[in-house]
Design a protein around this ligand. Structure first.
Ligand SMILES: [Zn+2]
Length: 126
């Protein structure tokens, strides 16, 4: 069962990556019709991620707009500005701003701590 879930995740992830590749190709075209196809690919990729509960890889997450799902190309339809502790990406189509912190060490989530502590407890029982 567990192995099957992993395989589905892998396939979902591959599809997401592929859709983003296609979205980029279409986004670079000047024809408006093809650009709207690009939006659709981004939307599909998000839907696959939600349906199979797969996270969109972080390198792709910053490549689309959270407001209108446009594939963002810096200098084309996105403005990227570096601030002291975060990066702002502005979608030039809908004006939505997205902030992303620079790689900062993140505190482990409380849930993860709980899991690892129960694991060690189980180990102690042996
Ligand atoms: Zn937008």
């Amino acid at each position: 069962m567990k192995r099957r879930r992993k395989r589905i995740e892998d396939i979902a992830l591959q599809r997401i990556e592929r859709l983003f590749e296609l979205a980029e190709v279409e986004a670079r075209k000047t024809d408006a019709k093809e650009r709207s196809r690009s939006d659709r690919y981004v939307r599909l990729a998000r839907e696959i991620g939600m349906r199979y509960r797969v996270r969109i890889p972080s390198h792709l997450k910053m490549r689309f707009c959270n407001g209108c799902y446009a594939f963002l190309i810096p200098g084309e339809n996105a403005r990227v500005r570096l601030r002291s502790d975060y990066i702002t990406t502005t979608c030039l189509r809908c004006g939505k701003q997205m902030r992303r912190p620079y790689k900062a060490p993140r505190a482990p989530s409380p849930r993860k701590i709980q899991i690892s502590s129960t694991e060690s407890q189980m180990g102690n029982r042996d």
